[in-house]
Design a protein around this ligand. Structure first.
Ligand SMILES: [Mg+2]
Length: 232
């Protein structure tokens, strides 16, 4: 029997995007906690974990390092509380082809789906639920597990093992993401990386990172089966 495969999907920029909920909420939460206006503009969010984003935004706004670390746990909790009410279908743009592809992949024997995302777990599932695709992802690893995205792959593997009662070889793990951080995370562990151009980065930028597979988006299920799963 063929070894089981594990597909780990990134969320933002890969399967959906929100209409600015993250930036608005982080500015509001950090301005409250730091007691002065906080601006997120200097910080690129794409591919970073939420704790890393919160840390970078505070640092860019001149918050002293020791204060950043002291505020961070409270900021994460406050962010979840403030963001969840806005993670509703009206604020989520789910990318074309995503539910159809997941519908095709989910019932396949020997194939398991999870998420690997920088979102904290509650906001990750808030977004997936608002996009009506949460039921495809019974497990995953999250920004709440580590601020360092590279740490999230071994954690996802352990969760996959616990959930499926099967073990996975790194060569049978495929990440689907939209940024250099997804590429680096896969490369750090010897997993396969498939990039999509639906986030903030265009095809030439992503091609320069030399992902194993580069797709415009997730609309063409036949192409996904061929190039990502290696099916004839
Ligand atoms: Mg992403």
């Amino acid at each position: 029997m063929a070894r089981p495969k594990l597909l780990l999907f990134d969320i933002d920029g890969t399967m959906l995007r929100t209409t600015g909920v993250g930036r608005r909420t982080i500015e509001q939460v950090l301005s409250d906690l730091c007691e002065r206006p906080i601006n997120t503009n200097p910080v690129l969010f794409s591919g970073k974990t939420d704790p890393q984003i919160l840390r970078d935004v505070m640092q860019e706004n001149g918050v002293p390092k020791e204060d950043v670390e002291a505020i961070l746990p409270t900021a994460m909790a406050a962010y979840v509380e403030a963001a969840l009410p806005f993670l509703i279908p009206e604020n989520i743009i789910r990318f074309a082809g995503v539910p159809e592809l997941l519908d095709l992949l989910a019932p396949r024997p020997g194939l398991h789906l999870g998420v690997l995302t920088g979102n904290l777990e509650p906001t990750a599932y808030g977004k997936l639920e608002a996009a009506a695709i949460d039921h495809f992802f019974p497990f995953g690893s999250f920004g709440s597990d580590s601020a360092n995205r590279n740490d999230l792959l071994p954690i996802a593997l352990e969760r996959a093992r616990a959930h499926t009662q099967q073990s996975f070889e790194m060569q049978d793990v495929i990440l689907i993401g939209d940024t250099e951080h997804d590429v680096r995370c896969a490369r750090a562990h010897g997993a396969t990386i498939a990039c999509v151009c639906t986030g903030h980065f265009d095809r030439p930028t992503l091609a320069a990172l030399e992902p194993d597979v580069l797709l415009d988006d997730l609309r063409d299920a036949a192409l996904f089966m061929r190039d990502v799963l290696g099916e004839a």
